[in-house]
Design a protein around this ligand. Structure first.
Ligand code: KMH
Ligand code: ZN
Length: 272
């Protein structure tokens, strides 16, 4: 079986230090959390950035400062900026980190409720606009799908030339407004992508490690991190993103799955 790519979603936009004090806001905190995740076995860092007070921002200069600081210490790690940003941001605000021409970036493939009154909006034209931009800049999109219908949207837009194949998906499962993280739904999602596509799964909250185990067994890849889940086990806060990655590495060992280095992840995902 292919080696396991672990992505660490270290920061997010909605989770705060009130949820878990290890959530990084400053540049130094982002480097610390990225480093702990990388040293534990993550080859990709899914990155949101904040101002020092914790407010989310898609400012290109802040992204550059954080990415440069991470790369200075861990040059080989793959950094995957978010183009999802935070609920309510405009398309052009969200697209700013693509100007830095990262190897990868997220491409959110549909609209969904996001808890309370929040709606995470990605119209068809937004997805086309983001997809086209990523093709122009040579950025590999990770198609973030919060529901089965978003896989269908991504496939339709790939047919029309807005997303290149082989495609790479991230099944984000368990968001309050998206598909649940039940195994039945995981099987439905993973059976709905093309044979040449790769996928990672991000189980939100209590689904993080059950879905990690399912993807490890299935030959998929895994995303964990404080963006998706703040607990290492029921009611116990994770000390760091590194601790969450360590748990995935332990599970992978039990099932005989080796961990991909960033160089190996680049080959699996067809990154330049
Ligand atoms: N913060 C969410 C509204 C992504 O990174 O592309 C969107 C999100 C998805 O986290
Ligand atoms: Zn994200």
């Amino acid at each position: 079986m292919e080696k396991l790519i672990i992505t660490a979603a270290i920061s997010g936009a909605e989770v705060t230090k009130e949820h878990n004090p290890a959530v990084p806001y400053t540049i130094e905190e982002c480097v610390r959390e990225a480093g702990l995740a990388y040293k534990a076995g993550a080859s990709i860092i899914h990155l949101h950035v904040r101002n020092d007070d914790g407010t989310p921002t898609q400012d290109k200069n802040r992204f550059k400062a954080v990415m440069d600081a991470i790369k200075a210490k861990y040059p080989e790690v793959i950094i995957q900026p978010s183009t999802g940003g935070a609920v309510g941001m405009t398309d052009d605000e969200r697209l700013q980190p693509t100007e830095l021409k990262p190897e990868m970036a997220t491409l959110d493939c549909g609209t969904c409720n996001f808890g309370g009154d929040d709606v995470f909006t990605n119209t068809e034209n937004t997805i086309k606009y983001f997809g086209k931009r990523m093709i122009e800049l040579g950025i590999k999109p990770e198609c973030e799908v919060f529901d089965k219908s978003m896989i269908d949207m991504a496939l339709r837009l790939a047919k029309k030339g807005f997303i290149k194949s082989p495609m790479h998906f991230d099944f984000v499962m368990g968001v309050n407004g998206g598909i649940s993280g039940d195994l039945r739904d995981f099987i439905f999602m993973r059976g709905s992508i093309p044979a040449d596509a790769t996928y990672t799964v991000a189980g939100v909250g209590r689904y993080e490690f059950t879905l990690a185990a399912a993807a490890i067994i299935d030959g998929g890849h895994v995303r964990v991190g404080l963006e998706d889940n703040v607990n290492i086990s029921k009611g116990v806060l994770a000390k760091s993103n590194g601790e969450l990655v360590e748990k995935v590495v332990r599970l992978a060992k039990e099932f005989g799955r080796e961990i991909a280095t960033p160089a190996e992840a680049r080959v699996i995902l067809g990154l330049k």
